[in-house]
Ligand binder design. Sequence first.
Ligand code: NA7
Length: 532
Amino acid sequence: MTDKETKYDAVIVGAGVSGLFMFYKLKNMGLSVLVIEKSDELGGTWNWNRYPGARCDIPSLEYSYQFDEELQQEWNWSEKYSAGPEILEYLNHVADKFDLKDYINFEEEVIQAKFNEDSCLWSVSTNRQKYVTKFCIFATGCLSIPNKPEIPGLESFEGELLHTATWPREEQNFTDKNVAIIGTGSSSIQTIPEIAKDVKNLYVFQRTPNYSIPSNNGPMDKDVEAQVKARYSEFRKENSLNGFGLASLSDEAMISESDLEEVNSQFEENWNTSGLAFFGGYADIPVDVNSNEVAANFVRNKIKEIVSDQETAEKLCPKYHIGGKRLCVDTGYFQTFNRENVHLIDLNASPIKNVNSNNIEADQDYEIDVLILATGFDAMTGALTSLDILGRNEVNLKDQWKEGAKSYLGLGVSNFPNLFTITGPGSPSVLSNMMPSIEQHVNWIADCIGWMSENNKSVIESTKTAEDEWMELVNEIADMTIFTSTQSWYNGSNIEDKAKAFLPFIGVPVYTEKLEEITAAEYQGFIFDKSN
Ligand code: NA7
């Protein structure tokens, strides 16, 4: 170790929801820990995605930490679904309350992490210096690396070019401007109703329409808040027993066994109350294509009811299974297309031929001042494969994952000892409420490190066999659902040259059961100190 290398028990990469809690846990265990954060602020996804309308689409009483009773009692959310700035305020409150900020190295970017087989330590190189650490923990998020697709002529555009995932902090003034937005995923669906209010014209370039359910957002109902807070831990426990880890609408009712008229009237009620939970309204929507079609058709009919121009409505109606792409939750998205200043351009009928200095050429020329890319992320693996992470024999993680990411439990990767990922591929992550899934992983990693110390183990690594079998299970479960039926960022289809592999583990309760079994069997599938 040179003078310039500082040694830690653990280095955590990222100061978002997962990095903050991971740091809190390890600090309380008495470990020496460093958090490295690329931005000058904490908050991860909520720090980067500051576009107008950015909002959590899971109710905030659920999308919040549960590790500290005082915290969950004292914090009051102003709305059912919190907007990005309020979530950032909350995360800052958490960091202040538990004295976390002073230990975070802001504006420092990890470039390489390399495992040394002799010392069994990791060297972490940043744009500033080098650190040595026993454990390397990637708290880098599932949706962190923006997808910037190749669009012909984009580099020649002379107006303002924005991406929803790297939105500037300064307020953007779009008054009387002609604005184009490319992409119609969740970010776009949230921002379009906000942006449309001010602009002269908003041109929405859509490649694939999305299903979206109204959020039915509003001020926090104080009675509901009080009821939840009176039994918060039970409430969290109940939610963890539902497939997606969310408070569910569902009993065990199946569309296939129900009267269609009753189903449609139930859907009507769910449409007016539920948001994402709409998808769980009947147990067979995710697994039975015919039942799925009933739900899909209900939403298509809603779109046609809301949007006055039927040609536009038809273009906004998705044809694939509902849920195949991430279901969206909106506040007035479809209604926005009734505005005279909002225009939908179907890229399937007329692809973008070129972007010039001040216009987009498609079916006609659209003169624009601002171009917004709402084109998503290199999801689930992008934040890891964009770095040089070198494990045993200097194998690079991005090479190991070339044919598709494989991980054991979404927590460990063979050839990468003492490296942990929080909500990595193969875990419920993006197909669950991220907050409790993050807490589950952080608690597990902290317990594992504690167990290793008590049992005199210094190196943990998952076996390739465990990893292969685990990913087979991930795919077996996914194949029983509609999730693999559509091109989506769940299976890497949105990124050119990315291996197509379905990555999230579907089913929070099954995952939890398996994780607990494996842990109780003294971390079955992991080897310690290469000896057992
Ligand atoms: P998404 O959901 O990946 O949406 C990206 C959108 O951009 C989607 O409509 C894409 O169409 C579109 N896209 C991507 N590349 C292109 C090109 N080259 N041309 C035209 N359109 C393109 O990302 P979001 O940021 O909206 O949401 C991500 C998640 O954040 C969300 O699900 C929540 O979990 C939070 P496509 O469908 O690929 O045809």
